[in-house]
Design a protein around this ligand. Sequence first.
Ligand SMILES: Cc1cc2nc3c(=O)[nH]c(=O)nc-3n(C[C@H](O)[C@H](O)[C@H](O)COP(=O)(O)OP(=O)(O)OC[C@H]3O[C@@H](n4cnc5c(N)ncnc54)[C@H](O)[C@@H]3O)c2cc1C
Length: 491
Amino acid sequence: MSRVAVLGAGLAGLSAASQLVADGHDVVVLERDGGPGGRAGTLASDGFTFDTGPTVLTMPDLLDRAFARLGADREALLPLRRLDPAYRAAYADGSQLLVRANISDQVEEIRRGGLAADAAALPGFVEWLEKLYAVEMPNFIERNFDSPLDLLASPSAAARLVGLGGFTSLEKAVRRWFRDERLVRLFTFQAMYAGLAPADAMAIYAVITYMDCIRGVYFPEGGMRAVPVALAGALASAGADLRYGCPATRLLTDGTGKVAGLVAGGERIAVDAVVVTLDLPTAYRQLLPDLRPPRGLARATWSPSALVWHVGVRGTPRAGVAHHNIHFADAWESSFDQLVTRKELMSDPSRLVTIPSLDDPGAAPEGHSALYVLEPVPHLGADIDWTAEQGPARERLHGFLAAHGYPDDIVTQRLVTPADWAAQGMAMGTPFSLAHTFFQTGPFRPPNVERRLPGVFFAGSGTTPGVGVPMVLVSGELAAQRVRTYLGGRS
Ligand SMILES: Cc1cc2nc3c(=O)[nH]c(=O)nc-3n(C[C@H](O)[C@H](O)[C@H](O)COP(=O)(O)OP(=O)(O)OC[C@H]3O[C@@H](n4cnc5c(N)ncnc54)[C@H](O)[C@@H]3O)c2cc1C
């Protein structure tokens, strides 16, 4: 039996560990923090429990896969409910549109908004998204690349993507289906999840829209924090050794230059392979100081960051407010120009307000609400002093909540800024890693294998396939595939 260490018990690490345990390895998961989750973290304050990272859970079948590999029953360990509406989109003109869980309801919702032609276009749009997804997922997302030339291995898939218009602009592609500007925003804002302005993103990223608006948004019983807790529990039951409060500080090599062990929590642990899920630049700085980081990292394009304001308030939202509420500002292109190109705070920002306490009684005391307000802001490449900016930002967000009719009588609050993300080890103070520009996608993204130190593999948002819960779950599977090839018959 080979011994494999996984560094980090975030969702990438837990996914990798699930595959490795199922492959028959002796797996030790070493986590710096006091529990699992990483970015999918928790903050408890004054009787409120806030989920501090992802709130929009999509593609639960990827979680099912991890549980199934462990012989565990996801439905029993982690009950999920599909949110309907997935989102309430509120626009600057006072109108709103819901993203409904089923297509016929969505057609009706668009028609109700007085958009008969756009309602009629929806089924065709969904069919287009399904085709994109069917080509991209097996050929470009769920696979390891050894070089860009590997793209030529599936010329028919690449040709199909070209035929579907995958390399045109996302915004242009979506405008082919819809005339109403509000729908264009609703079906393209997901480019921001990939760190890109919709006008700059390629249409291939419409798969995020598909995962989100069509495959649906889910919420776990017990909040988002239940996801890593349940997966870590299933891993422990399957025999993995999970150690918390145990940061890895060094990798050790044998006489032939292969990885042979590591130091974590002050202990030397012999291993045959390591999957590293720390933010990539931090991983190189802390654990691989003798190796030059991959070329792309030095002049990388980083995704914008986010301010997240966790607020516990007295009262509950008025009827009609949803679990996820996107407030689209009037400004659009100019906002992305400020955020992405000029690296400034947006003067008229769009924001997400999530209210987990609507579906998670543990999030707030009776008669109270837990709110999560997210505003995209530039990463630390911008000239913003977050110590000075905190107070004004809190005031702006408070004013915004009040103006939009949310309960705003604050019991407890915590504002998380790019400086906080940086303090947690996230390069450039962004939790969203490298933007998905063309040259930071697929075979051009930093690879998940370190060939100069055999036995070292990577998972997480800085490597392939990319950012977000679905992608990091896949990244764990891809890293485990690498380990499988490396260790061959040794397990
Ligand atoms: C505010 C916010 C909102 C988001 N919203 C969404 C969303 O709605 N939907 C979505 O799909 N995605 C969302 N994401 C993105 C998603 O959360 C991340 O892509 C994903 O959780 C990253 O998982 P990971 O395992 O790669 O990294 P991490 O979760 O960061 O895991 C890395 C782990 O390594 C540990 N570690 C660090 N150093 C060491 C060391 N030396 N030794 C051992 N362990 C170490 C860390 O403590 C951490 O637990 C959001 C993220 C944030 C922060």
